[in-house]
Write a protein that binds this ligand. Sequence first.
Ligand code: ADP
Ligand code: MG
Length: 324
Amino acid sequence: MPSLSEFELIRRFFTHPARSAVLGVGDDAAIVRARGGRELIITTDLLVAGRHFAADADPGKLGHKALAVNLSDIAAMGATPHWATLSIALPGADARWLAAFARGFMRLARRHGVDLVGGDTTRGPLAVCVQIVGDVPKGRALRRDGARAGDDVWISGTLGDAALAVAAMKRQLSLPRRERAPLGQRLDAPTPRVALGERLRGLARSAIDISDGLIADLGHLCERSRMSAVIEFERIPRSAIMERHLERAAARTALLAGGDDYELCFTAGRAQRGAIARLARRLRLKLTRIGRIVRQRRGHALVTVLGADGKPMRLARTGFDHFG
Ligand code: ADP
Ligand code: MG
């Protein structure tokens, strides 16, 4: 890297005080102190330019998102995040780009008490790999395989806005300019539901974060739990912008099967409805019950979506639509 040596780059942009670590950036590896009686939760996500983001993406937003998608996985486990590593391949050492990237990354890290304790830096096609280590009290992690027949299915926030932004970018549907900005914000700067995940321990029976779309991710939860889900289209939480465009198949597809939401989908027994409503008020976060977990039946889909008329909808090539 001509303008900036690798070591200079690491020192300037990626060396920050790591209060929660015994030893952070600068040695061959980091040292952290595990707390007694807790289990470590480890997750990582690799983002590659041209596949997960555009090569000319805003670096500050990229720094935020690279960490946010990992925090979302930590949240879905009901864990508390502590330590992150950042491995990055860069085509060149552009100080302005790096400063903006590090700012976006560190701002979100600080908000969640996460210390950047190490990583790797190399020249190469732009790619960013973040790993986070968190912890939970022993045996208390939220998993995908805990759903039981009769559980309610819940969703945090609203779904589909990020996918709607992508659909507009691909010109699958046209949106007025004033709608594109807030949707773009949902795509570029997702809010990982970390506080929700932590407080769902002992309340939810299973959880997953929605990164590949509601149908796919709820399907994964059902598969792991050996259950099915029946949800109601009308109950699926959506933004006012999404509501305005739901006449269009592309919008319905974004709501049901879009991606990049980074909301939590979780299941809980009926007895928890009151506690979950109180939690929503305390966190000032919308939590919506959209359906229930049922036993699997041969020949039935893992996830059935009922339309306003009570009849199952199906995913056509152009989007979700009613039979016939
Ligand atoms: P090594 O050659 O032993 O892999 P490096 O020279 O790659 O060590 O890294 C030196 C130190 O800088 C290590 O502590 C490493 O974890 C840290 N580091 C390297 N790149 C990054 C990065 N992008 N973000 C945070 N820490 C980094
Ligand atoms: Mg190295």
